[in-house]
Design a protein around this ligand. Structure first.
Ligand SMILES: [Ca+2]
Length: 161
């Protein structure tokens, strides 16, 4: 199956804007499909922001039908990592909060207002994605420097085959 590469963008966008920017860059908002992918992405996002804690958009929403969670490519979500805590169990936003973000400290998912701006993670899909198919774990990339954005905004982690 090859490698799955993720990039965290250290720049703020609402859900729709983040989704659009991912497509422009030949990828998609991150779509962790099982525990292995969830854990790899959570480890990466935690390392990226540590010791801080910031939410990061994933490519998951229930915009079309409340409670029916779909990935940004329209496929159905079957593995979930909702925060479960006696003080706050997620999702708790009902029809008001329809887009899903990951906390960087523990990888748990929260539903949020889709127009909130936050950082976001991109999953590779397109041929234009940097280092696609190579083991490039946690490397900094030069790819974006040719695309006018600052290099320090970009890191990458890879989930192996
Ligand atoms: Ca909802």
């Amino acid at each position: 199956m090859g490698y799955k590469c993720y990039l965290v963008y250290n720049s703020l966008a609402d859900y729709a804007g983040a989704s659009r920017k991912c497509l422009e860059r030949g990828g998609r908002l991150a779509m962790p499909r099982d525990r292995k992918e969830q854990e790899a992405l959570a480890d990466y996002v935690k390392a990226f922001f540590s010791p801080g804690n910031w939410p990061v958009w994933l490519g998951i929403n229930d915009l079309r039908s409340e409670g029916l969670y779909l990935f940004d490519d329209g496929t159905r979500v079957t593995y979930f990592q909702w925060r479960k805590h006696f003080l706050s169990s997620q999702p708790d936003g009902g029809k008001r909060e329809n887009c899903v973000a990951m906390s960087s400290d523990d990888g748990d998912w929260w539903d949020h207002y889709c127009d909130r701006t936050m950082n976001y993670a991109i999953l590779n899909v397109g041929s234009g994605f940097p280092n696609k198919g190579k083991n490039c774990k946690m490397e900094e990339l030069s790819w974006e420097s040719a695309h006018t954005k600052p290099l320090q905004d970009l890191h990458q982690c890879v989930l192996g085959p």
